[in-house]
Design a protein around this ligand. Sequence first.
Ligand SMILES: Nc1ncnc2c1ncn2[C@@H]1O[C@H](COP(=O)(O)OP(=O)(O)O)[C@@H](O)[C@H]1O
Ligand SMILES: [Mg+2]
Length: 283
Amino acid sequence: MGDFAPCPPEAVTAAQNICGSVELREITDRRGSAVWQATGPLGTVAIKLGYGADGEGAEITAREAAVLDTLPDYTVTAGRSGPHVWYVTPWLDGPSTWELFQPVRDGSGARTTALAGAVALCRAVGDFHAAGWVHGDLQPSHGIHNATGVKLIDFAWSWREGTDPWREFNGGITHLVAPELATWISLGPQPVKPPPAADVYALAGLLWTCTTGRWPLDYAATGLALKDTSPADLRRAIAAGIPLTAARPWPHLQTVLADVLTAPAPERPTAGELADRLAEVTT
Ligand SMILES: Nc1ncnc2c1ncn2[C@@H]1O[C@H](COP(=O)(O)OP(=O)(O)O)[C@@H](O)[C@H]1O
Ligand SMILES: [Mg+2]
């Protein structure tokens, strides 16, 4: 995997306090954030490290650990290693939404499991909203599915209504930022408070991506070359309006999603209403 960040000994000790002697597996390392799976005789945990010279990775991971600490369904141990911040949390078993949709993208299998997963993901987001939270960075890999439902991960941009927002909100992955949120981030005022309706846009967008294998917006149709475009410029383009990609491998599902992706924020369904609409989709 090339230059993967070293795992801090303090984090390994914290993992071993839970799991016994652990073996580490490198999962991801990008933009100042690395994740390992640590497996021992007593269990498996995820170790996440925020690092980087400017301290931003450490700050993001510290606030994510603070979010995990307040969520009743999660447990977390966090600490520092020099300038870096790490946390340890139970490993969640099960496929991501992206993995659940693999047979849909391949055209190789039944769509029932993927559809049930899409409904369960929307319900999990609806529950999160009902508790006053906005996730802020829903993505194809941020829902983990198992027999009892869906658990969300990567709460780095999550915000609970009624609390102080983060100093600056730059949104989650730019491809799934709702147009009105892109406008707010571009024009201010900061700090942006991501609304639940932006999560619903991201939900529809990630399900579109899981279905087609492509981000929902057809950048090429507006002459935008992604590799030459900064996130700030991409947000401005999204705010101005970009059509959806043309491929419709699952027309019934995509009609429901397209309605969400093209609706103004006040007319979008809630996450729970989107779950109800998806439950009516035929495979
Ligand atoms: N608690 C967890 N259980 C299972 N997998 C996890 C967990 N935390 C992270 N991962 C895995 O690591 C990947 C990266 O984690 P994420 O929190 O999204 O980090 P990043 O900030 O790099 O996006 C996830 O897509 C998932 O595959
Ligand atoms: Mg992530």
